[in-house]
Design a protein around this ligand. Structure first.
Ligand SMILES: NC(=O)c1ccc[n+]([C@@H]2O[C@H](COP(=O)([O-])OP(=O)(O)OC[C@H]3O[C@@H](n4cnc5c(N)ncnc54)[C@H](OP(=O)(O)O)[C@@H]3O)[C@@H](O)[C@H]2O)c1
Length: 272
């Protein structure tokens, strides 16, 4: 039987009870990896674990909130105890938001930073010693919002761009140990029906952006980043265009966004 590309590897994927995280767990397991799933909601997480087991995958689950440092240490310890090693940490768990900055309160600001930034930093902190042993992979899920400043997503943009700075720094530190650090800038992707983004009052709002990629396509691209040890990948044609335009002229990109908001074209163009 031919070897699969991730045979013998162990992957820990945060925020993997649904969405892009679950799709990537399926794809990595299909490519031979043993996978540890994570999310806060235990029922949905168990459903995801059972689904993967039924598909013949080698999988375990650890429920916790990644914004807790202690819980992240226990999650990493669990993965290593369960499968004996750790090769891939995919920092995927994240919350999105929809509100003008001036309508936010301090508590909501803290929540987005805690989950999107510290919720990637804590698992990485505890995973590094294990990933060094396997010369493995530390991966971060960013967004188009990590490339250009999308209105009504200020904290989301801050955290998703912050991840790139964090990744660039630890890449330099960990290069001598053979550790791969990759950032994936995900474009608008299909959402599970239960997905919610956070509004100004902390309420859950259903996202209404049209998708440019399926979750399975994103999962496939994430696996390519691992297998080719790529430093980053910008997904979807819109993402690539946004990246190029921001590199060419950030001023022009901002002027276009301001113009479309002023003339109420933003809804149609998905840049509100
Ligand atoms: N979908 C898109 O269009 C898009 C575009 C660009 C970037 N992204 C990024 O891709 C990643 C996944 O997005 P998605 O659309 O798949 O999201 P999603 O459908 O909302 O799934 C998020 C997953 O993370 C878990 N989660 C949320 N907060 C958590 C926490 N504090 N601790 C542990 N787990 C937590 C959720 O389960 P529980 O709620 O039960 O914890 C769920 O399993 C995010 O980082 C997002 O910012 C998505």
């Amino acid at each position: 039987m031919s070897r699969k590309k991730l045979d013998g590897k162990v992957a820990l994927i945060t925020g993997s009870s649904r969405g892009i995280g679950l799709a990537t767990a399926k794809e990595m397991a299909k490519r031979g990896a043993s996978v540890v799933l994570n999310a806060r909601g235990e029922e949905r997480l168990e459903k995801a674990r059972a689904q993967l087991v039924a598909d013949g995958c080698d999988v375990a689950a650890f429920p916790c909130d990644v914004s807790s440092s202690d819980a992240c240490r226990e999650m990493v310890d669990f993965a290593v105890e369960k499968f004996g090693r750790l090769d891939i940490l995919l920092n995927n768990a994240g919350v999105s938001m929809r509100s003008n900055f001036e309508d936010l309160d301090a508590e909501l600001c803290r929540k987005v930073v805690d989950v999107n930034l510290l919720g990637c930093i804590y698992p990485t902190l505890y995973a590094v010693p294990h990933i060094k042993k396997t010369r493995g992979h530390l991966l971060f899920i960013s967004s188009i919002a990590g490339i250009i400043g999308l209105p009504t997503a200020s904290l989301y943009c801050a955290t998703k761009r912050g991840l790139a700075g964090f990744a660039d720094s630890i890449r330099c530190e960990l290069a001598p140990d053979g550790v791969h650090v990759g950032v994936i800038y995900v474009g608008f992707t299909e959402n599970d029906p239960e997905k919610k983004v956070i509004g100004a009052g902390g309420e859950g709002i259903s996202p209404d952006r049209p998708a440019h990629m399926t979750q399975a396509q994103v999962a496939n691209e994430i696996c390519r980043v691992v297998e080719h040890r790529k430093r980053n990948a910008v997904l979807s044609p819109i993402g690539k265009l946004a990246g190029f335009a921001a590199w060419l002229s950030p001023d022009l990109v901002e002027q276009i966004i301001i113009f479309t908001r002023k003339h109420k074209l933003s809804e149609k163009l998905n840049i509100r």
